[in-house]
Write a protein that binds this ligand. Structure first.
Ligand SMILES: *Cc1c(COP(=O)(O)O)cnc(C)c1O
Length: 377
């Protein structure tokens, strides 16, 4: 907690920062920096980068898929999946808080041309019966039903996990209607860790999956898309359409290999710290949080009665505790490798002081805005 956190150039910030905004805020580990220096490289557009090959093979094996492909970001992986599964005007069935719907700049429709069809969900996960009812026989007047979208863990719902049976229930209905399935598994390894199962257990029958290398896994960039060999071949073309073809991408892949071989196993520590954080927050007058629903590394807290998210996050930032605001009422904490036990305790006490200060001055209006303190979850 007392150490000064350096940025990439090594410059120290003037105060110790507890950065709970996102699990993307981790810096590459020393092993990753080493691996970047040592990795064998080649031109990946020519399929000549051995380090990219190695990562893609390991990822396919880990996810129980025929093939996998490295991409620049999760947003690009989801977009490429949409372009590969769907033709323009095809319907995608998803929940109303899906990351692809709210946080991917509208590429689902704007680039892939897909039509989002919202289905009722429970803690972010589609209700099988509602999905069954939502999928209609294709008629000339309706978008053609094409793809069912799962998100596991579910970000906006608070890192909620869908277990293997739940995945199966959704996949079965998709298959009965002849639809395909894609899993936004940005944090699939958090789900598999929380359940104590292999990630492939959560993917049986799923046509494609993306996992992120930057969410809790410390890579500077990168995401993996996996599916059948034919799907990945077509996806490789669509990645190129987006300008996402890469050259000596082994520098990124080398980090991915370090992440898959050493950092997945420690994700459970983040879950323990998130539960501790939620337990601590629950003791603070004016903050509403339900520790029992914290399943992985994400904690949402309602701060409506202690100034609202903008004021509350401003006050916390003054103490060096960074969190995301999710207006109108919520703030979000995400635990990750660069936050230790002492920092969690510091964050809880900073929240207690902020709540005490803002409860007495609360005006009910929440108008302070902070640059970059918006809705980037
Ligand atoms: C972060 C995230 C993405 C997008 O990943 P980027 O690498 O930030 O583009 C997609 N889905 C979910 C659920 C996410 O949390």
């Amino acid at each position: 907690m007392d150490r000064l956190r350096g940025d990439v150039t090594g410059a120290a910030r003037p105060w110790p920062v507890v950065n709970l905004r996102s699990d993307t805020q981790t810096l590459p580990t020393p092993e990753m920096r080493e691996a970047m220096l040592r990795s064998k490289l080649g031109d990946d557009t020519y399929r000549e980068d051995p380090t990219v090959f190695e990562l893609e093979e390991r990822a396919a094996e880990r996810l129980g898929a025929e093939a996998a492909m490295l991409l620049l970001s999760g947003t690009m992986a989801n977009l490429v999946a949409l372009m590969t599964h769907c033709r323009p005007s095809d319907a995608v069935f998803l929940d109303d808080r899906a990351h692809v719907l709210l946080n991917e700049a509208g590429g689902l429709s704007g680039v892939a041309g897909a039509v989002p069809t919202v289905v009722a969900s429970n803690r972010g996960h589609l209700k099988p019966s509602a999905l069954d009812q939502a999928i209609r026989e294709p008629r000339v007047q309706q978008p053609r039903p094409r793809l069912v979208w799962l998100e596991n863990t579910h970000n906006r719902a608070g890192g909620t996990v869908l277990e293997a049976d739940g995945v199966q229930a959704i996949v079965r209905i998709a298959q009965q209607h002849g639809l395909r399935t894609h899993m936004d598994g940005a944090r699939l390894f958090n789900a598999s860790t929380a359940l104590g199962v292999a990630p492939s257990n959560l993917l049986s029958g799923v046509d494609s999956v993306y996992v992120d290398l930057t969410k809790g896994l410390c890579c500077p960039l990168g995401a993996l898309l996996a599916g059948s060999a034919a799907f990945i071949e077509e996806a490789r073309r669509n990645r190129q359409v987006l300008g996402g073809g890469m050259r000596q991408a082994g520098v990124i892949a080398a980090c991915g290999i370090v992440a898959l071989s050493g950092l997945v196993e420690r994700l459970g520590e983040d879950h323990v710290r998130a539960r501790r954080l939620a337990g601590g927050l629950a003791t603070i007058n004016g903050i509403r949080v339900t520790p029992a629903i914290v399943e992985t590394n994400i904690v949402f807290a309602d701060v409506a009665s202690v100034g609202g998210p903008a004021r509350f996050t401003d006050r916390l930032a003054d103490e060096g505790v960074l969190v995301s605001s999710a207006p109108p009422d919520l703030i979000r904490f995400v635990t990750h490798r660069d936050v230790d036990d002492a920092e969690i305790e510091h964050a809880i006490e900073a929240c207690r002081r902020a709540a005490d200060a803002l409860r007495s001055t609360a005006t009910g209006s929440d108008t302070i805005s902070r640059p970059g303190g918006g809705d980037e979850l």
